[in-house]
Write a protein that binds this ligand. Structure first.
Ligand SMILES: Cc1cc2nc3c(=O)[nH]c(=O)nc-3n(C[C@H](O)[C@H](O)[C@H](O)COP(=O)(O)OP(=O)(O)OC[C@H]3O[C@@H](n4cnc5c(N)ncnc54)[C@H](O)[C@@H]3O)c2cc1C
Ligand SMILES: [Zn+2]
Length: 879
């Protein structure tokens, strides 16, 4: 099959970066063509994968396939940097017990991703090389080199010439967007932009091949068979030993190019002999190879450390090795390639869909790629320095015999994610703090920081010796800076998807929700209380820029209004800080998750119900399967109902469910037979937001219901919800009327008291409500109070003569809530809502609610299109 003549996005290069970008876009329904000069499967170096790669693979539904493939499991990695004891970074800390990534045979894993891109809808062509790219002048200014923007403007690329090795065909393909994922070739950087800069200070060289019959690393130890990175005795570099599932051990020497070449000359050896001789400087790995034989040819690479002044421009993005590469030391190449690929897809979609103009989208990509690069560079340079100056304490402290402290801190970089277990996080936090403490004798000023960054970049680019000749004060500054990077990595900006979505660049953050991949603005509008007892204000406020481990960022589609909202606004709960965002009943879309929400991401919740309004940062402590104590109701679960229905369930639904549940529980304890056909419950306020749900819950669970409503409308609603009988609250002796409605002599009204929150109800009337409910309840019965008047006032005559138990109830436990959700779905419970459109309608809503003109729950529809296309949902609350 030949290439089409036109496509929306052309991706050049089908390594991890290109296949990933193509896959993400294809899944969004974008027309993508993915080409690679090589025939797949093709050989590639770089076998050891980071833990965080899992999250990226999960996002495109290919994680399971990696698991099934049979790659060697990688539970962690072991590093020996100086003569001190080795350090192990354990992936189970990031991924949970048994958590692992893989050592892959790249011909197989890259092929897997390439085929997955095709399966996802990308049009893929291997054996097809892009020979030239054509540009049209692009006048739009702002793309020219602006400091820190990482943009370039060679014009807008519009078409590419290609040729196919096999059949000699050639052609031209037109496109709207170009993603350059051509690896080290870097067609845009090297051929057109000519802006690639090599890092002379990281001029290393690698020599590697594959062995059979090697001994396992550390048999019987906790880190048995892990990839092992051992320093060379002469401080010229290090050696990797990576076990692969095809039974070979990949062993490579990475050394300073100058020292490597000098040594080669000195020994007068070449090829395999020299490699074997050099390996002796890594005694542990040499020992592993004592009975092994080489089963492959020698391979060599050099000049891989480079960056560029721009990674994006008008309608093009550069990703993976085509953009920049630092060093193989932390095995981060493929992880960064996928990360970049995702950034490209996100920014292209943002531009295509008009979420950001092309310049902002391109800049977002350029900045993301540049930041990933600089962050890794700083740490790699610190390690390089340590490797070269074996006896100096840079990333270790004098007091320890190994690198545990430093490695705790570096862990997120090595793994791509931070620890997930709280205890480990605490240990890690302490470790980082202790390092910081040791370093905290003075602060790094912005000037010092700028000077040091320049120095490190210069050292990387040209003058490595400057790094070794630093003054003690400079060493101290470098230490502080690298630890700060590490610290940031350990605390929030860990490199899972949370780090990806949590980062805001120029007010734009990534949205990874399938079907909506793109960029979202990082300011949001919210209905807020700025002063107690005053009307709400609609204000612009920042979207949380970094998510905590248990945070979910939810884009609210619907938020409903609860009586408690009016109490909050009137200062009854005295929030300690204003402004305060209104509504604790919201439903919407999860757009970002904290890194402890692994299970949540795997369950792919796309819609959530939260308890804070507009756009909200909600929290989830755990998943529904984990029992939580009542005081910790942070919770999430799915529901099949739409968001308009889901929002009111967060508070009103749960509260009425639990009240009915209490009645059912009590009845069950009292009687043997399962049927409640002669049992009655009286629901006071049955036409309101909580009441109409309580009527349905009670009826559905087999109880007879007599509803008491305050208005004609309420009585109608009560009947519609299936109540067996209704009584108007204003009728003379309504309590008596309730009792009359109940036929069987031994049965009794039990009361679920709910109240329509309206201003029209005078205080006297409110108090009377509880009295009415109490009086309507049979002797020795039970009254469940869920409404929140200022006081409950019940005449003493009733209390002393009637022996009614009063129980208070609020919300519901996670387990109960989950049951409710299932029940709502199964029994088709109706949630009555009156919709108000847009945040600005809040004034109108409050007025209508206070006048008692709302049938069911008042709700603000924030995102109409989301409500219209509601499909799968999940549901979340917080208390
Ligand atoms: C010595 C060494 C060891 C490493 N070890 C590791 C490791 O352990 N773990 C790790 O994660 N990373 C490692 N890396 C880095 C890692 O291999 C790369 O970062 C990664 O492969 C980058 O992926 P990519 O998709 O950007 O590029 P590549 O995987 O290189 O893919 C680029 C593709 O573009 C194609 N292409 C190029 N030009 C054209 C063109 N004109 N037209 C069409 N197609 C074209 C190529 O055929 C190629 O398939 C190592 C690197 C080195 C040098
Ligand atoms: Zn509420």
């Amino acid at each position: 099959m030949s290439l089409p003549s036109q496509t929306s996005v052309l991706v050049v290069g089908a390594g991890p970066a290109g296949s990933y970008a193509a896959c993400v876009l294809a899944r969004e329904g974008v027309d993508v063509v993915l080409v690679d000069a090589d025939k797949f499967p093709r050989y590639h170096v770089g076998e050891s994968m980071l833990a965080a790669m899992r999250f990226l693979l999960r996002l495109i539904d290919v994680e399971d396939e990696f698991d099934r493939h049979g790659f060697e499991k990688k539970y962690g990695a072991t590093f020996k940097i100086t003569d001190k004891r080795e350090a192990y970074t354990d992936f189970s800390k990031a991924l949970g017990p048994g958590g692992h990534s893989w050592n892959v045979v790249r011909s197989e894993s890259d092929d897997l991703l390439f085929r997955h891109a095709a399966r996802s809808g990308a049009k893929t062509f291997d054996g097809t090389k892009v020979d030239a790219i054509h540009f049209e002048p692009y006048p739009h200014d702002g793309f020219e080199a602006v400091e820190g923007a990482h943009l370039a403007n060679p014009g807008r690329p519009v078409s590419a010439d290609w040729s196919c090795k096999d059949d000699g065909t050639k052609g031209t393909i037109k496109f709207d967007y170009l993603i350059d994922a051509s690896g080290r070739n870097g067609i845009l950087s090297t051929k057109y932009l000519k802006n690639r800069h090599f890092n002379e200070g990281l001029k290393n060289l690698a020599n590697w091949t594959y062995w059979k019959g090697a001994k396992r690393f550390n048999p019987g130890q906790h880190n048995e068979n892990s990839p092992f990175f051992e320093n060379l005795d002469d401080a010229s570099g290090w050696v990797w030993a990576i076990p692969l599932h095809n039974g070979t051990l990949s062993v490579g020497i990475v050394a300073r190019q100058d020292l490597f070449l000098a040594k080669k000359k000195q020994l007068g050896l070449s090829g395999q002999e020299f490699y074997r001789e050099y390996l002796k400087l890594a005694p542990q790995i040499s020992d592993m190879l004592s009975d092994a034989e080489i089963v492959s040819d020698m391979k060599q690479a050099s000049d891989w450390s480079y960056h560029a002044s721009a990674y994006a421009g008008p309608y093009f993005r550069i990703v993976g090795d085509a953009a920049a590469f630092v060093d193989p030391y932390f095995s981060s190449g493929v992880h960064l390639a996928l990360n970049n690929g995702l950034a490209a897809a996100v920014s292209v979609q943002a531009s295509r869909r008009g979420q950001a103009d092309e310049r902002a989208a391109a800049k977002w990509h350029g900045t993301k790629v540049a930041e990933n690069y600089t962050r890794l560079l700083l740490i790699v340079m610190a390690v390089q320095r340590q490797l070269r100056l074996k006896h100096e304490e840079l990333i270790t402290t004098d007091a320890e015999d190994g690198f545990d402290t430093a490695f705790k801190a570096i862990q997120p970089v090595i793994q791509g994610v931070a620890d997930t277990h709280e205890t480990d996080a605490q240990v890690q936090q302490r470790a980082v703090e202790s390092v910081n403490f040791a370093l905290d004798s003075f602060d790094v000023t912005p000037e010092q920081e700028k000077a040091m960054t320049e120095k490190v970049v210069r050292a990387a680019q040209a003058a490595p010796e400057t790094l070794q000749k630093m003054t003690p004060e400079e060493v101290d500054i470098l230490k502080r800076m690298s630890h700060r990077v590490l610290h940031r990595n350990t605390t929030q900006e860990n490199s899972g998807l949370a780090a990806f979505t949590g980062q805001v660049i120029d007010g734009l953050a990534a949205n990874l929700e399938r079907g909506d991949v793109g960029l979202i603005k990082s300011t949001m509008r919210a209905i807020r209380i700025t002063e107690f007892s005053k009307p709400y204000s609609v204000l612009s406020t920042p979207v949380p820029s970094s998510l905590g481990p248990q945070d979910l960022l939810v884009k609210i589609a619907v938020a409903s209004y609860c009586h408690t909202d009016s109490m909050v606004r009137n200062g009854i709960f005295k929030q300690d800080s204003l402004p305060f965002t209104a509504s604790h009943e919201g439903a919407g879309t999860v757009v970002a998750v904290g890194e402890q929400c692994h299970d949540l991401t795997s369950r792919r919740p796309r819609h959530a119900q939260v308890t804070k309004a507009s756009w909200a940062r909600a929290q989830t402590a755990s998943l529904p399967s984990t029992p939580l104590p009542m005081h910790d109701l942070r919770h999430v679960c799915r529901t099949a109902s739409g968001s308009k229905m889901a929002a009111p369930l967060a508070c009103a639904g749960r509260t009425s469910w639990r009240a009915v549940d209490l009645v059912v529980e009590t009845l069950e304890a009292e009687q043997e037979e399962a049927s409640f056909s002669d049992k009655w419950v009286c629901i006071v306020g049955s036409g309101g937001g909580l009441g109409h749900l309580a009527v349905q819950f009670a009826r559905g669970r087999g109880l007879n219901v007599v509803g008491v409503a305050f208005r004609e409308e309420g009585l109608t609603v009560t009947r519609e919800m299936g109540a067996n009988a209704v009584v108007g609250a204003s009728e003379d002796d309504a309590a008596q009327r309730v009792r009359e409605k109940i036929s069987a002599p031994r049965t009794s009204p039990r009361d679920v008291s709910t109240r329509v929150p309206t201003r029209r109800l005078t205080c006297r009337m409110r108090l009377a409500t509880a009295a009415l409910a109490y009086k309507a309840t049979r002797m020795h019965g039970m009254m469940v109070q869920v409404a929140q008047p200022d006081e409950l006032k019940i005449p003493f005559q009733d209390v002393v003569s009637r022996d009614v138990r009063v129980r208070g109830s609020m919300l519901a436990s996670p387990t109960e809530s989950e049951e409710m959700v299932k029940w709502v779905d199964k029994h088709g419970i109706k949630v009555l809502t009156k919709s108000f459109e847009g945040l600005e309608s809040i004034g109108e809503l409050v007025e209508a609610a206070e006048r008692g003109q709302v049938r069911g729950k008042a709700a603000i529809v924030v995102d109409k299109s989301r409500v219209e296309k509601d499909e799968m949902r999940c549901f979340l609350w917080e208390s």
